[in-house]
Design a binder for this molecule. Structure first.
Ligand code: RIB
Length: 307
């Protein structure tokens, strides 16, 4: 099944630090790398490297030529991209000695989508496939509603979370992808264990993928809940690990894999991504992921199924 991703594209300025900078502190970084990122771009590349036919929609701004090139070189169809002379989106990312990150976003052209561009792109895409969204672009609610009207499936990764998410027609989604912070805010609960039960109740026709970092992931779809743990791997850089997970999971569910298989593919792909620096550059190809599973490079994981 084809994927149309209305996705953010960012130049990631990645500063290596021993520990994150504190308020009032001036600090020298150990290195700077400029990478291609953006949750949208990373997810398009993950879904394409997994084997999906992916169309990326968004506005390439000034300075963003390498973002378009990166999408093309990784097999993403860029024919629906638009261009603007305004500044492209970027992210200032600190990665510490533990491989954890913190990210400051500048939206740039990611925030300049228009209803006219969205509707035109949806019309060009056709009536079969899945529309993928993250919360780094404007007009997310409009895209969900218009995609739904056209009979397209929809998946939203509600990251980064903000107050706007509550106004989106989440009840129309086929898949809601959240981490524990986003999940608790949308569900309005305080415990990780309540996220899926509350979201099931609130959005009965929407399947939920809940990622829990080093505690694994849970998924609720078609009346069943699935749980998978996480491999114990050396962390180099967690940037885009979640995007890799989403891209591979969607590949699995859109290509006839069972939910346990999709969860294992996604968990393995993100374990590989965590072992490498960078955002979209850290996303593995399907063959690497399948080899890692077959040779049990990271060990084995069982998927628990709860009726
Ligand atoms: O999920 C990681 C991504 O978040 C980075 O590539 C950065 O650009 C931000 O969008």
């Amino acid at each position: 099944m084809k994927i149309l991703n209305f996705g953010s594209m960012n130049l990631d300025y990645v500063y290596r630090v021993d520990t994150f900078i504190q308020p009032g502190e001036t600090k020298s970084s150990q290195s700077l790398m400029v990478n291609c990122g953006g949750k949208g771009l990373n997810q398009s590349i993950a879904a394409a490297k997994a084997g999906n036919e992916v169309y990326h929609c968004g506005i390439v701004g000034n300075g963003g030529e390498m973002l378009e090139k990166q999408l093309k070189e990784n097999g993403v169809n860029t024919s629906l991209l638009d261009h603007s002379s305004q500044q492209c989106g970027h992210a200032i990312i600190q990665v510490d000695d533990k491989g954890q990150n913190c990210i400051l976003l500048y939206g740039g052209t990611n925030q300049l989508l228009t209803e006219e561009y969205i509707d035109r792109s949806l019309d060009a895409f056709g009536h079969e496939g899945l529309v993928l969204l993250q919360n780094e672009t404007n007009l997310v609610g409009h895209i969900i509603a218009e995609a739904n009207k056209r009979g397209l499936k929809t998946a939203l990764n509600a990251a980064p979370m903000d107050e706007g998410v509550a106004s989106y027609p989440l009840d129309l989604l086929d898949w809601l992808i959240v981490n524990e912070v986003e999940g608790k805010q949308i569900a309005g609960c305080t415990s990780d264990d309540d996220i899926i039960p509350v979201l099931r109740e609130k959005y009965p026709s929407c399947s939920v993928l809940l990622t829990l970092g080093s505690r694994g992931a849970r998924c609720f779809t078609e009346g069943r809940e699935y749980r998978i743990g996480c491999f114990d791997v050396d962390v180099v850089d967690t940037t885009a690990a979640g995007d890799t997970f989403s891209g591979y999971f969607l590949y699995g569910v859109l290509n006839g894999k069972s939910i346990p298989q999709a969860l294992l593919l996604a968990t393995t792909a993100s374990a590989i991504a965590i072992g490498k620096s960078g955002a979209s550059d850290s996303v593995p190809y399907l063959a690497q992921v399948e080899e890692a599973i077959e040779k049990q490079i990271f060990g084995t994981l069982d998927v628990e199924v709860l009726e």
